[in-house]
Design a protein around this ligand. Structure first.
Ligand code: 5AD
Ligand code: SF4
Length: 404
């Protein structure tokens, strides 16, 4: 009988991509993946340390997995030198940059590891995550990520292009470009490169697979990406997750975001002229010094902008960051009330966006079949979720359908 493992993942797409990679490594070594929660030989917990809440969730998952697994391996941002987690005795730690060492860890725990079979054992052949870079050098005043993930490192363009070709051959229909600060891909390479070049190279070296950007920072956003969306309407998804964080210039400056509202808005308006364009964002409320006037500026901007989804975070103090030393911290109850207000506004915006898109025909990648209801669920090129009647034969196919 083969050994078994489970992986629990918190945090962003970068962590999801790392977990996918770990899963491939273990499967290639002949291990069987089971859903988190089942009894396994090895449980991996891939942690996030972005907020105090993320730390708490990471620890909670760890405690649960400890009851279920012989060996527990903790990885992700929480276990880096500056991460917020205290690692209990008996738990193995693996730095996120060293995922290949998972097999050595298991060997040292007495497991017999087979020689690696092929590495292209993917589970679902619909959407693949491709990590194009690691690290961030922006140092927003609230953010722990540059400390835990380190400097920008762009992965090699030729190697990435080979991976993309491989993924297309393996049958993937969509490739999501992920990283910590993907907008800066290529900037530190010699000669200097740019994310739009890289995407063009991918498009020219593949035939039909479509590409999507996951979260991309407005700082250094390569505008040529928008041109590619127009030039390759079937292959570059008209979707952006463009974290704004706030709309008040005073707060943006204290956050050290590196743009003001007018600059952010210029990118948004240009993007929204692309047919089918759909946008989502991250917002942080309760940042030190935020006043009701700042809230009014924020809600006014949100009201004017067709966001399909708002990911709303209450500001969380991270020791070691600049904002943690700011004197005008906001009380938790005020943060909570502001978060609720913005979430409610987000629901309203979503309805408005869905209303605007209703009836528009878009290519939808079918990802799940729900036998009880006879329906399938998929994601349109512009990220709108769609349910339609269908069966398992549609899984992994792209169908033109009306958004509802
Ligand atoms: N507190 C709250 N939210 C944060 N984020 C990053 N750092 C913090 C913090 N200290 C949010 C930002 C970012 C998302 C990934 O997490 O909105 O875009
Ligand atoms: Fe969490 Fe940030 Fe690390 Fe992603 S990069 S896992 S969001 S701390």
């Amino acid at each position: 009988m083969s050994n078994s493992f489970s992986i629990s993942t918190l945090g962003c797409r970068a962590n999801q991509a790392d977990s996918e990679r770990l899963c491939q490594l273990l499967r290639a070594a002949g291990w069987q993946e089971l859903p988190a929660g089942e009894r396994v030989d090895c449980a991996v917990v891939n942690t996030c340390t972005i907020t105090a809440e993320a730390d708490r969730k990471s620890l909670k998952l760890l405690r649960r997995r400890q009851k279920e697994a012989q060996v527990v391996i903790l990885t992700g941002c929480g276990v880096t030198e500056r991460g917020g987690l205290e690692v209990p005795a008996g738990v193995r730690v693996m730095q996120p940059s060293e995922s290949a060492s998972i097999l050595d860890i298991l060997r040292s725990e007495g497991f017999q590891i087979d020689t690696l079979k092929s590495l292209d054992v993917h589970q679902h052949r619909t959407r693949a995550l491709l990590r194009v870079q690691d690290g961030c050098d922006h140092f927003c005043s609230y953010c722990i990520v540059p400390y835990v993930r380190g400097r920008i490192k762009s992965f090699d363009p030729d190697n990435l292009t080979c991976q993309v070709q491989r993924l297309e051959l393996d049958g993937y229909k969509e490739i999501v470009l992920t990283g910590i600060h993907v907008a800066k891909w290529g900037h530190e390479l010699t000669p200097r490169r740019d994310l739009a070049d890289l995407l063009r190279c991918f498009l020219e070296n593949t035939k039909t697979v479509r590409f999507r950007l996951s979260s991309i920072e407005p700082i250094a956003f390569p505008k040529a990406i928008i041109e590619l969306m127009r030039e390759y309407p079937e292959r570059v998804c008209p979707y952006l997750h463009l974290p704004i964080q706030h709309a008040s210039d005073r707060i943006l400056q204290r956050m050290r975001r590196g743009y003001n509202l007018a600059e952010y808005d210029a990118v948004v308006r240009e993007f929204l002229t692309v047919p089918g364009a759909c946008i989502t964002t991250d917002i942080m409320v309760g940042f030190p010094g935020e006043t009701e006037d700042d809230m009014a500026i924020l809600t006014d901007y949100l009201e004017r902008t067709p966001y399909y989804h708002l990911h709303v975070f209450p500001y969380s103090r991270r020791p070691g960051t600049a904002a943690d030393t700011y004197k005008d911290q906001i009380p938790e109850n005020v943060k909570k009330e502001r978060v609720e207000r913005i979430i409610a506004l987000g629901e309203h915006l979503k309805e408005r966006v869905l209303e605007q898109f209703r009836g528009m025909r878009r290519p939808v990648l079918i990802e799940r079949f729900l036998p009880e209801t006879g329906m399938v669920t998929g994601t349109a090129d512009n990220y709108i979720t769609v349910n339609l009647p269908g069966d398992a034969s549609l899984l992994g196919k792209i169908v033109m359908t009306e958004l509802s």
